[in-house]
Design a protein around this ligand. Structure first.
Ligand code: ZN
Length: 189
């Protein structure tokens, strides 16, 4: 297994995308084996926090009636509604006190798949002197993909922890990995 201690360095940040109950088995929008990312990511979170490397956790955080929901004409079942149990972090995710939460999906008129979309994340990363961004989470072919693309576009050196991601569909996952490579991200398998 890839050791975080040997890879993380100053100038890095770790971004964990949407590891929330609704995206895990028994959630409202379950991603197959989504909960498996937790054991992969916990050592990375701990290693980063232990060496003062910034850790960001993004969360999908929708108002009721959000346009991404099927009953409002969107593609997804109702999920990650603000202040509901399904929007909580996966209970086994180990979250240090120093973590910064990136909240997205709060707009009433559009979805925000990317953790960079109108969240101020790029500015925060620059503030912290971050050049290289490690990304993983859920789902590989939706919010992780959108986040990786934006991270590359913003000029960060993006590394994707593939084992710390799970796709909605296998086919979508393969396409997402291709798209990430094309965007300039380095896939760590
Ligand atoms: Zn959502």
């Amino acid at each position: 297994m890839l050791s975080p201690e040997n890879h993380l360095q100053q100038g890095d940040a770790l971004l964990v995308v949407d590891v929330q109950k609704d995206f895990c088995p028994r959630g409202k929008l379950p991603i197959p084996r989504g909960d498996e990312v937790v054991t992969v990511l916990n050592p990375w979170i701990a290693a980063a926090a232990g060496r003062g490397i910034p850790v960001f956790l993004s969360r999908d955080w929708h108002p009721a009636g959000h346009p991404s929901f099927q009953d409002a004409g969107g593609p997804w079942p109702v999920h990650c509604v603000q202040d509901t149990p399904g929007a909580e972090w996966h209970p086994q995710l180990l979250i240090p006190d120093t973590v910064e939460v990136v909240t997205k999906g709060t707009r009433y008129d559009q979805d925000q798949n990317s953790a960079f979309d109108q969240t101020g994340l790029a500015e925060k990363l620059r503030r912290d002197g971050v050049q290289r961004l490690w990304v993983a989470g859920l789902a590989l072919d939706v919010c992780v993909l959108a986040t990786v693309r934006d991270g590359c576009r913003e000029g960060f050196e993006v590394r994707v922890l593939v084992d710390g991601c799970r796709p909605v569909t296998e086919e979508g996952g393969e396409k997402a990995l291709d798209a990430m490579r094309q965007a300039g991200a380095v896939l760590i398998e």
